[in-house]
Design a protein around this ligand. Structure first.
Ligand code: TTP
Length: 219
């Protein structure tokens, strides 16, 4: 009997790292591999949910909007995780794990999110892990210095992020480190650390050198 596409779980890589660490550039680099599906973050959906820009509202009034924003992020991420895939490799920008272990933790630590709301979202995450197989074979951690990503973020000039401070990026960096380096939370697959502080040209060279390691036997 012919195997259904959904039964063959693709070799799946999560691309993780701070805001501005170069996750989109990383994905672009891998577009030359035709056997890989590239799944960018659904940022446009977060910026336009029936005409409403949730990302903008989040930064304008985090206390009021974080819960709605993060629930929607979670929904769009789970769709990406469980979506059908016809190619043998899947490269995904971020994952449901960084949503929980980095952003949710950060908002709770900073007291943006009330503990009751934090527990509601935690329960949703736990429910998802219990009921869906989240395939992950490798995590690529684009490791950066917060000062560098802050500069990049300012240069990129995404209007919604104009209020993001260096301190916010430092805290978010620490949450990535706690998860992926210090093992504070579940790490679902081996982690490949890439120094993503370099300029664009040098970093593309580094990605090229890491291609084989990242794609494994699918290279
Ligand atoms: P990132 O997911 O870090 O994407 P990016 O476009 O900055 O990545 P890169 O420059 O490395 O290509 O963040 C996008 C925005 O969404 C950012 O403002 C942070 C916000 N965000 C949250 O607030 N909570 C979340 O759970 C996620 C995933 C993003």
């Amino acid at each position: 009997m012919e195997k259904k596409v959904s039964e063959k779980l693709p070799y799946t890589v999560f691309i993780e790292g701070n805001i501005g660490s170069g996750k989109s550039t990383f994905l672009e680099h891998f577009s030359k591999f035709k056997n890989a599906s590239l799944i960018p973050e659904p940022l446009e959906e977060w910026k336009n949910l029936n005409g409403i820009n949730l990302l903008d509202l989040l930064y304008k009034d985090p206390q009021k909007w974080y819960m709605a924003f993060q629930s929607y992020v979670m929904l769009t991420q789970i769709k990406n995780h469980i979506g059908l895939n016809e190619k043998p490799i899947k490269l995904i920008e971020r994952s449901i794990y960084s949503g929980q272990y980095c952003f949710l933790e950060q908002m709770h630590d900073n007291k943006i999110l009330e503990t009751g709301m934090y527990h509601v979202l935690q329960d949703w995450y736990n429910f998802i892990y219990e009921h869906h197989k989240i395939q992950c074979d490798l995590i690529v951690y684009l490791r950066t210095n917060p000062e560098i990503v802050y500069k990049r973020m300012k240069q990129r000039g995404r209007t919604e992020e104009s209020k993001v401070t260096l301190q916010y990026l430092k805290d978010l960096h620490n949450h990535h480190e706690n998860w992926l380096i210090h093992g504070k939370f579940n790490i679902p697959a081996p982690v490949l650390i890439i120094d993503a502080n370099l300029d664009r040209e040098s970093i593309l060279k580094e990605y090229e050198e890491a291609e084989k390691m990242i794609l494994g036997e699918n290279f």
